[in-house]
Design a protein around this ligand. Structure first.
Ligand code: DHB
Ligand code: FE
Length: 281
């Protein structure tokens, strides 16, 4: 049977992709941020996952305001990246796992999550930057991916509690897959940030540190917030925390914290990292 080993939650700021492309990891601005990642990479290398389920939000590359699924799941043999206008180098395509994708999609719809299935899907910086951070030498050739895309862009957004439940359903779907696979979930986005409007540059360290604490052993405390609460407390783009809640929901009730890291700011954003292992993992 497939086994969900653990989860990594991380910010996905495009500037990180620039820093990687230019080899700036040891610069004074970047070192305190990148210093958080070797431990996460070491854990991943130990886990050696066959599949990464990447829970993220698209920012206008694949979905735009005219058609905006609340939840979309990739079911393609590969996922291509393309120019989003951030000036990031376009990455090589990522391998998919259509069989596992369809198993997850069927299981989710069976559990009343009516997701949009995507047999073609471009993946943006919400997907590519975390993978570049976690696998700086490039994703291992055998690694397959399943993109799970959440709407954080256009109201109405899915609530934190709904996202946590989606995660639970994904966790059960993985556990019921007959192939012997090691699976990790990667949740991307956050932590607090707001990119435009009067509060552009808003960061809430106290709230972020509370989230980093609660996500480990008391994630239900975070599901009590509404989307509006999150926009007020974490900024309008801080609602990307819902990807972390999907990832946490996919894990067992009891998890072990492997590692966490927090650094402000990176660009306009509070950069957070959390590595969690299923207790049985
Ligand atoms: C930034 C953060 C994001 O999450 C994003 O999607 C784009 C930009 C930033 O802080 O620059
Ligand atoms: Fe974002």
């Amino acid at each position: 049977m497939a086994r969900l080993v653990g989860a990594i939650c991380t910010s996905h700021i495009p500037a990180i992709g620039h820093a990687i492309a230019r080899g700036l990891e040891q610069d004074a601005y970047w070192r305190p941020f990148f210093s958080g990642y070797p431990r996460a990479r070491e854990w991943l290398a130990g886990v050696n996952p066959d599949v990464a389920i990447v829970v993220y939000n698209d920012h206008g590359l694949n979905f735009f305001l005219d058609k905006m699924p609340t939840f979309a799941v990739g079911a393609a043999p590969e996922y291509r990246n393309a120019d989003e206008g951030w000036g990031l180098p376009t990455t090589a395509p990522y391998r998919g796992d259509p069989e596992l994708s369809w198993h997850i999609i069927e299981a989710l719809i069976d559990r009343e999550f009516d997701v949009t299935s995507c047999q073609e899907m471009l993946v943006d910086h919400g997907f590519t930057v975390p993978l570049a951070l976690l696998w700086p030498e490039g994703a291992p050739p055998g690694l397959r991916t399943v993109p799970v895309c959440l709407n954080t862009i256009q109201q109405p957004l899915p609530s934190p509690t709904r996202c946590f439940k989606l995660g639970r359903a994904i966790g059960r779907a993985v556990a019921s897959y007959s192939q012997d696979l090691r699976v990790v979930v990667i949740g991307t986005g956050g932590l607090s940030h707001q990119l435009d409007g009067q509060r552009a540059g808003f960061i809430n360290k106290e709230f972020d540190l509370m989230c980093l604490e609660k996500i480990v052993a008391a994630p239900l405390a975070l599901t009590r917030f509404t989307i509006e609460d999150l926009a007020i407390l974490a900024g309008t783009q801080g609602v990307e925390l819902i990807s972390w809640l999907v990832a946490r929901g996919a894990l067992d009730e009891h998890v072990a914290k492997v590692h966490s890291h927090y650094h402000i700011p990176v660009s306009n954003t509070a950069a957070g990292l959390m590595v969690l292992e299923n207790a049985g993992g």
